[in-house]
Structures are given as structure tokens and as C-alpha cells.
Ligand binder design. Structure first.
Ligand SMILES: Cc1cc2nc3c(=O)[nH]c(=O)nc-3n(C[C@H](O)[C@H](O)[C@H](O)COP(=O)(O)O)c2cc1C
Length: 331
């Protein structure tokens, strides 16, 4: 290959990097939840789910702080009224359920506050507007962590994000076994670029979770922490730029299911952080520079006794499944 054609090929490869990154930027900026080009109702839909889930999570803590989330709750009620208080769409069902549980918790503690009165009024308006009750709030596990039964798919359907951990950590052998089972996750060309970093030192876990910022209220109870990462070296070319995230996410899901199969509790933790924070996490966690971070997972033994978790209801199947072609019975 001549010098000119090598130069041309190098230029064309580099310009593809630029165009692929630009298209990522364009798609994201144009359609994301803060874009002025995105439909307002669509934005409220997601905003309501996100904000309500924060309340569900607060309720699911072992000892929720009284009157937590005052500002968020006021915004949820405002957004729900704007969306349509009589609607039976998921965000309204979630908000109603979470506010019902929030009110019940505070009333049973004998508290009175203008916030509680406004929730009361909101729920009355909701009851007048629709006969359907909410489905957000909490799921209860009075007998502790449900053990997966041999029933079809029970391992999958009984897993949940647990934010109530026992002070007794998992032993290293169990952690190893969980990761070994998780290695059954598929990966592109079986390249297995996912890396699992596990921490059990309380001080280091505290430092890492402070950089993560999604574990407020239960960070101090986390006895084991996983950082899911991937080796950049496994991927080449602009068109592969997201593939490490795909493989690592599949691995992470397998890891949480493996943990559940082993009777452990887990909670996925986002790493939607800027490069500067990612660098800090790598320093604290002694993670090589040529790995990208995907997410964290709190991993431990479930707390003894009754457990509760955010309800996190799912959308109806018709909202997410589009069968484009009707199945044709074989002749
Ligand atoms: C990538 C990812 C990041 C998440 N980040 C957090 C987090 O930072 N803090 C948290 O408490 N839960 C976090 N979650 C847990 C979700 O809230 C939870 O998976 C969702 O509500 C569904 O509930 P379930 O896991 O109990 O079925 C995260 C989940 C995923 C998949």
C-alpha cells in the first residue's frame, strides 16, 4: 500500500470517529429528556417515574427519615396534575401508590404537617378522578429474601434491588462463586472484556460510594461493592464504541441473578459520572486507566427479618412490545 493510500485510509478511519461521535451527540441532544425538541408529555412521563422512584427508594430504607423528599413530592404532585390526575398511565399509578405509602408511614407515626395535608388532598382528587389505585410504593417480603423456586423463570421474577444489607459481609468464596456463575454471560466473539473489581473494606467502599452518589440512605450498610468495568483494548473502530457497555451490562445482570441464586442481595448503582469522577473512582479503586467503568453493584447478605423494596412497577406489555408481523402458522 502506497504512502498516499495509507494516509487516505488513516484519514478515513479518523474521520469516521468524528462522524460517529457527532451522530451520538446529535441523537442524544435532540431526543434526550431535557431537549426542547422532545415532546413535553413524554418528558413529564419520565420525570414522574424518576422522581417517584426516589420516593419509593426512600420508603424502602430500613429507617426512612421523617418528611424526606418534601420538594420532590411537591413537584411530583404538580407534574401529576399537569399530566392528568385521572390518568391510569404508569407514572400516575406509581406516584399515587408511593404517596399513599408515604402518607400511611407518617400518619402511623402520628405526624402532622402541611405536606401531608397536601398529599391527602392530592389522593382525594385522584380517587375522585379514577377508581384505580396506585401500584407504586413498596413491595413487602415479610419472611425475608424469597428463595428462588424451581418454578419457570422464578429466579428472574423474584430478584429485586435490595437496599437492606446485613452487617455480616459475604465471604470471599461466595463472591467468587457468584462471579464464576456470572461468567456464563454471553459476550461478543466470546471476548470477555468485562472486569469485576470487588471491595469489602468499609472505608474504601465509603469513598467509592461518595463518588457514585446514588446510595444515600443505605451507603453505610453496604458491606461489599462491585465495580463493573471493561477493557478498552478489546474493542476497535468507531462502530464498536458502545459494545463494551453492552457486554458489561449483560454480565452485570447475570451477576445480580447469580447473587440471587446464591441467596445474596444486590442493588445496581449507576455510574452516570463525568470523566473527572471516573478518573477519581479508578484511583480509589486501583482500576487500570485503560478500562471504562459501567456501573457499581452493592452486594452482600440481605438484612435479617422482613425486607422491603421499591415497588418499581413495570409498564404494560403493550407499551413496550410491538409485534410487527403476525405469526403465520406453518402449513
Ligand atoms: C444501571 C442501573 C443503575 C442503577 N442505579 C441505582 C442507584 O444509583 N441507586 C439505587 O438505589 N438504585 C439504582 N438502580 C436500581 C433501580 O432503581 C432498579 O433496578 C429499578 O427500580 C427496578 O427495580 P428492581 O431492580 O427491584 O426490579 C439502578 C439500576 C440500574 C439497572
Amino acid at each position: 500500500m502506497s504512502y498516499i493510500s495509507r494516509l487516505g485510509s488513516a484519514f478515513s478511519k479518523s474521520s469516521m470517529f468524528a462522524s460517529e461521535f457527532f451522530l451520538d451527540l446529535y441523537m442524544y441532544a435532540h431526543y434526550c429528556g431535557i431537549s426542547p425538541f422532545q415532546d413535553r408529555r413524554n418528558k413529564t412521563y419520565y420525570k414522574l417515574i424518576i422522581e417517584t422512584h426516589a420516593i419509593e427508594k426512600g420508603l424502602s430504607l430500613a429507617n426512612p427519615r421523617m418528611l424526606f423528599g418534601r420538594k420532590k413530592i411537591t413537584e411530583i404532585m404538580k407534574a401529576a396534575r399537569r399530566y392528568g390526575i385521572g390518568s391510569n398511565d404508569l407514572p400516575i399509578l406509581m406516584a399515587t401508590g408511593a404517596l399513599q405509602d408515604y402518607l400511611a408511614l407518617h400518619r402511623s407515626a402520628g405526624l402532622s404537617d402541611p405536606l401531608l395535608d397536601s398529599i391527602d388532598a392530592f389522593l382525594k382528587d385522584r380517587a375522585t378522578a379514577s377508581a384505580v389505585l396506585g401500584s407504586g410504593g413498596l413491595r413487602h417480603y415479610p419472611d425475608g429474601m424469597p428463595s428462588p423456586s424451581p418454578e419457570k423463570a422464578a429466579l428472574l421474577t423474584s430478584r429485586f434491588s435490595c437496599r437492606m444489607f446485613s452487617p455480616e459481609p459475604l465471604d470471599a468464596e461466595t463472591v467468587k462463586e457468584i462471579v464464576r456463575i456470572a461468567q456464563t454471560a454471553p459476550s461478543q466473539c466470546n471476548r470477555q472484556a468485562t472486569k469485576i473489581h470487588f471491595y469489602s473494606n468499609r472505608e474504601r467502599i465509603g469513598q467509592l460510594l461518595a463518588l457514585q452518589a446514588g446510595s444515600a440512605g443505605f451507603a453505610e450498610t453496604v458491606t461489599g461493592l462491585v465495580v463493573v468495568a471493561f477493557d478498552l483494548a478489546a474493542w476497535g473502530g468507531a462502530q464498536q464504541r458502545n459494545q463494551g457497555y453492552v457486554d458489561a451490562s449483560l454480565f452485570a445482570m447475570n451477576l445480580m441473578l447469580a447473587a440471587h441464586a446464591m441467596g445474596a442481595a444486590s442493588c445496581p448503582l449507576n455510574l452516570a459520572v463525568p470523566h473527572s469522577t471516573e478518573r477519581q473512582i479508578k484511583i480509589v479503586g486501583e482500576i487500570p486507566k485503560d478500562q471504562r467503568l459501567v456501573m457499581m453493584i452493592a452486594l452482600g447478605r440481605p438484612a435479617d427479618g422482613p425486607l422491603k423494596s421499591a415497588a418499581s412497577p413495570r409498564r404494560t406489555i403493550d407499551e413496550i412490545l410491538t409485534i410487527r408481523d403476525q405469526a403465520v402458522a406453518a402449513a
